[in-house]
Write a new protein. Structure first.
Length: 392
């Protein structure tokens, strides 16, 4: 337990300092902790790293807080079981059952959202609970929309997925506006990602209807690779770029909470860009001659992913952001792994050995770059303690 952070929480809860001052004090304490970890024994260093990781979402959880989360989870499970039993035969038991499931899901979402609004005015731990409540309310809103679609006989799977994502975005956006926190930021990022995936799923029938034959030894229509590979990749990159712009705006915040939101947003943008580009470039399909294989040559797709990893690495060094560096490392491992099992390894044991070398090499390089970039917050200047704050 970090007694300094506990004292800061106590000062904030008693009204001795405001939330902005408390955030600056926590940032100063985190910087002090990071600069002293290199002189600690390995066991203490591991415990300090775990403390810093947990403090990303606020102060260290107390036993009472943990049991409160567990109790709330059991209440939510009991409500779900009651609604399913009330619906009779469950979620697929006719319009009556689907109507009850819709009302039950949205009622739970509304109660959780209201609980988040009630807790948002408290101390850091209450605000964290408020963020968790809004995150679960976002999922409840999407679930209620899904049952409503069944009630209204929305037969199109992609259309239903799009409606669910719209409901999630609406709840998450309202929660993020009312409570700017790391948890509500994650809820909004997840909802926006689901919305992008729903749009692609809605366009999937048109994409699948496009010509699928791609053979670099023959002349093939250019729109085949354009529609089935390039357009989905561009769509995911556009979504990731938009999220990255949000992270850039969050990075301009002067408080520690804004910088934490910027870190999680940048990490989300980088991972989304890597996964979206990889799933599009690695896509398989019918080649038109009775075979089913990769639509693009593996080495071409691997080079594209490596280029993206290099761009993310450049952003990491320029923005001094370890979040982009982690995404770049994942992209590099993805590309090298695909190249390994596509060209280098003809047997499983050789492939695993090469994969181990890839992971060790990328991990070592990422660690060296992390030391150069510095851990998040290490470049911050310590914030002086106000004169009216009691000294620890």
């Amino acid at each position: 337990m970090n007694t300094v952070l506990d004292r800061i929480d106590a000062w904030q809860s008693t009204g001795l300092i405001d939330a902005s001052t408390a955030d600056r004090l926590r940032a100063a304490e985190a910087s002090t902790t990071e600069t002293t970890t290199s002189d600690e024994p390995s066991g203490d260093r591991a415990r300090s790293a775990a403390s810093v990781a947990s403090s990303f979402f606020g102060p260290t959880p107390t036993i009472v807080e943990v049991f409160a989360y567990l109790g709330a989870g059991f209440f939510l499970g009991a409500w779900s079981a009651f609604v399913v039993r009330l619906a009779g035969t469950g979620a697929t038991g006719g319009t009556g059952g689907e109507g009850i499931m819709t009302a039950g899901s949205w009622l739970a979402s509304a109660v959780l959202f209201g609980l988040g609004l009630f807790l948002r005015g408290g101390d850091a731990r209450r605000q964290r609970g408020a963020g968790v409540a809004i995150l679960v309310a976002t999922m409840g809103g999407a679930l209620g929309m899904d049952f409503l679609g069944r009630l209204l006989h929305v037969d199109s799977g992609p259309l239903q997925q799009l409606l669910d994502a719209v409901a999630a975005v609406a709840v998450a956006w309202a929660g993020r506006r009312l409570l700017p926190s790391v948890t509500t930021q994650i809820a909004l990022l997840g909802a926006v990602t689901a919305f992008g995936a729903a749009i692609l799923a809605y366009l999937e029938p048109m994409i699948s209807a496009a010509p699928a034959s791609i053979d670099f030894s023959q002349q093939q229509p250019a729109d085949s690779i354009l529609v089935r590979v390039v357009l989905p990749a561009i769509a995911w990159l556009v979504v990731a770029f938009a999220i990255g712009l949000v992270g850039l705006a969050e990075a301009r915040s002067t408080d520690d909470l804004g910088r934490r939101r910027a870190t999680v947003t940048r990490f989300w943008a980088g991972i989304l860009a890597v996964l979206g580009l990889a799933t599009s470039a690695f896509r398989s399909g019918s080649l038109g001659d009775g075979t089913y294989d990769r639509l693009v040559e593996p080495w071409v797709a691997d080079v594209v992913v490596i280029v993206l990893a290099a761009i993310l690495l450049e952003r990491a060094l320029r923005r001094d952001s370890a979040a982009f560096m982690i995404a770049a490392a994942i992209g590099l491992v993805t590309a090298l792994t695909d190249f390994n099992f596509s060209y280098l390894s003809e047997s499983r044991d050789v492939g695993l050995v090469i994969e181990g070398v890839i992971l060790l090499g990328v991990g070592f390089a990422a660690d060296r770059l992390r030391r150069r970039i510095g851990s998040p917050g290490s470049e911050r200047t310590p914030v002086p303690v106000p004169a009216d704050v009691p000294q620890a």
